[in-house]
Design a protein around this ligand. Structure first.
Ligand code: AGP
Length: 606
């Protein structure tokens, strides 16, 4: 996934482009570049490396200057990170930046080579540029319309035409792109944080709509040049939400924002002490009608779905299948129109999850999405959407988004169980109240950071770790393992504690630390036995459990204790030490916590 920006207006655009790219670096950061129309030429500066390297390059080679330009920060898909593969791609007539993947770029490239074109880069984007050039006969909209009819895949394109030095053009399909409406000019951007400093007002571009931006305004049309009217959206994020706010990393800030994020997500969905999801369009009658529920997502969002599975099955007695989106979309799932398919996605742009949504709709299922970004593709294409209100999650490693996804899973489980008559109103209110207590409990345990820092110091040199647990603890341990891997680059594996003895325990030595989650009362003793099994083989064990359930060194080498809550709610607390341990291990290793290598915030390609 990449970040693209663009500006057409009265002001010099270079600072605006760089600032916008800075807010989008979480989307991809292996190379960066800008193109500006300057003295009747398209001038380009681009480089492998971070945005800072691009700024340095301009300092040494001379800054660009102009009122019309486009910019790009890359997460490489086709072609390794390099100067030549970085965007913008262009020639003297046209320059483009692209986020997405062109699936049929090879056949288009062959066609263009047969028509005299040559290629310098390994990217699919250069193919789009040359196809635009091939069709351009003086009308940019015509050329763009021809191109979008031919290319297949996902794209958000920012385009400059030298013949039109006062405007930029944009078109998208399946990759996000918004049109910012400013006072002194107008913007294109992959995401809201890039424009927040200049405007809160923006348009959402639909599939294959073409936008023309000038200083004076924005015209949008379809590929047949029919004008399209747009409703202005207003960003409800505040500016500092997209800043670090004094924390060393966005991840630490977002861990600490969890109490607020959970409160703002659940409060509007609780009425008279009961869960209230009707505003999303999900009525109790609908909830009662589903015979099966599928939860489909990727990564951390999928882990939230796993917690949801345990809670829904336990309380509502409805079968829940959790699928990794990239598997779901190719395994021909046996979905019917009686099923509910829930898609969880922080960004709302994850390609595999979006594809799974489309498949579920084709099969007639009701689709409901849980999304953190207003107006994101997955939200717009679902029958029902429940927005989480975590605010912008900038760090690549998801924390507060996971916490609010869990909170919606709980509300859904409570409402579903009550609608099905599986729990009484009193029980539903008690559980809802317990959920409302979570933010304060999390606030109380944020002080665990010193303890977790100490534990991290014991893990930082490990080659590999095991995370173990049973039931909800096992589901949660998957998220802990992913957090550690993705930001500290230390291998780890989440394993069902009861399954260790069937093979994996052969890995356990004094060189393999184990993190054991033991918050479930009915499984506690069994998990303690599993802890003793690994300790007997030399493992140093960190145990995450309730206060007072074990005395210090009797069972584990390190203890992280949590305040008491209902068993079913304990994952909402245990997630904090999981996140802290991963964070401080990565910091101690000197890793780039917010922008881990090889990753991007949202994977909008397959
Ligand atoms: C989370 O820490 C990861 N960065 C990643 O697994 C992420 O959860 C996954 O890519 C799904 O993203 P989404 O929620 O935006 O769909």
């Amino acid at each position: 996934m990449c970040g693209i920006v663009g500006y057409a207006g009265k002001e010099d655009c270079v600072d605006l482009l760089i600032d916008g790219l800075q807010k989008l670096e979480y989307r991809g950061y292996d190379s960066a570049g800008i193109a500006v129309i300057q003295n009747s030429h398209i001038e380009v500066k681009k480089t492998k490396g971070r945005l800072a390297d691009l700024v340095d390059k301009m300092e040494t080679e001379g800054r660009l200057k102009g009122c019309c330009g486009i910019g790009h920060t890359r997460w490489a898909t086709h072609g390794e990170p390099s100067d030549i593969n970085s965007h913008p791609h262009g020639n003297e007539r046209i320059s483009i930046v692209h986020n997405g993947i062109i699936e049929n770029y090879r056949e288009i490239k062959e066609f263009l080579i047969e028509h005299g074109y040559s290629f310098e880069s390994e990217t699919d984007t250069e193919t789009v540029l040359k196809l635009l050039d091939y069709y351009y006969k003086g009308d940019p909209i015509d050329a763009i319309a021809h191109v979008v009819k031919e290319i297949r895949g996902s794209y958000a394109l920012g385009i400059l035409f030298m013949d039109f030095p006062d405007r930029i053009f944009a078109v998208r399909k399946d990759s996000p792109l918004i049109i910012g409406i400013g006072e002194n000019g107008n913007f294109i951007a992959s995401d809201v944080p890039a424009i927040l400093k200049y405007t809160r007002n923006y348009y959402l571009l639909e599939q294959n709509e073409i936008a023309t931006l000038t200083e004076k305004g924005v015209d949008i049309c379809d590929i047949h040049k029919n004008p399209v009217k747009k409703e202005i959206q207003v960003a409800d994020w505040d500016l500092d939400a997209a800043e670090k706010g004094g924390y060393e990393h966005f991840m630490l800030k977002e861990i600490n924002e969890q109490p607020t994020s959970i409160r703002t997500t659940i409060s509007p969905r609780i009425s008279d002490g009961m869960p209230y999801l009707e505003e999303s369009g999900m009525t109790k009658e609908m909830l009662k009608s589903y015979s099966r529920i599928y939860i489909v997502a990727c990564g951390t969002a999928m882990h939230a779905g796993l917690i949801g599975k345990y809670v829904i099955e336990k309380l509502a007695g409805i079968e829940v299948t959790v699928d990794i989106a990239s598997e779901f979309r190719y395994r021909n799932p046996l979905i019917t129109d009686k099923d509910l398919v829930i898609l969880i996605s922080q960004s709302g742009e994850t390609a595999d999850t979006l594809a799974a949504l489309k498949l579920a709709k084709e099969k007639g299922a009701t689709t409901m999405s849980i999304v953190n970004v207003k107006g994101a593709s997955i939200a717009r294409e679902s029958d029902i959407v429940i927005y989480t209100h975590a605010g912008p999650e900038i760090s690549v490693a998801s924390t507060k988004a996971y916490a609010v996804q869990l909170s919606v899973m709980y509300l859904l489980a409570f409402e579903l169980a009550y609608a099905k008559g599986a729990i009484t109103k009193e029980e539903c209110m008690r559980l809802t109240k317990e959920l409302q207590n979570v933010p304060d409990k999390i606030q109380d345990i944020l002080v665990l950071k010193e303890r977790c820092q100490f534990i991290a110091s014991r893990l930082v040199n490990a080659e590999s770790l095991l995370y173990i647990g049973r039931g909800l603890d096992y589901a949660l341990s998957m998220e802990g393992s992913l957090k550690l891997k993705e930001i500290s680059y230390i291998h780890s594996e989440s394993y069902a504690a009861g399954e260790l003895k069937h093979g994996t325990i052969s890995l356990v030595t004094e060189d393999m630390p184990v993190i054991a989650v033991a918050t479930q009362s009915d499984l506690f003793e069994k998990t303690v036995s599993n802890i003793k099994e690994v300790k007997a083989r030399g493992a140093k064990v960190t145990m995450i459990c309730r206060e007072g359930t074990v005395d210090d060194k009797a069972v584990a080498n390190h203890l992280v204790t949590l305040p008491d809550m209902d068993d079913i709610m304990m994952p909402m607390l245990a997630l904090v030490p999981m996140q802290y341990i991963a964070y401080y291990t990565a910091v101690l290793k000197g890793c780039d916590v917010d922008k881990p290598r090889n990753l991007a915030k949202s994977v909008t390609v397959e």
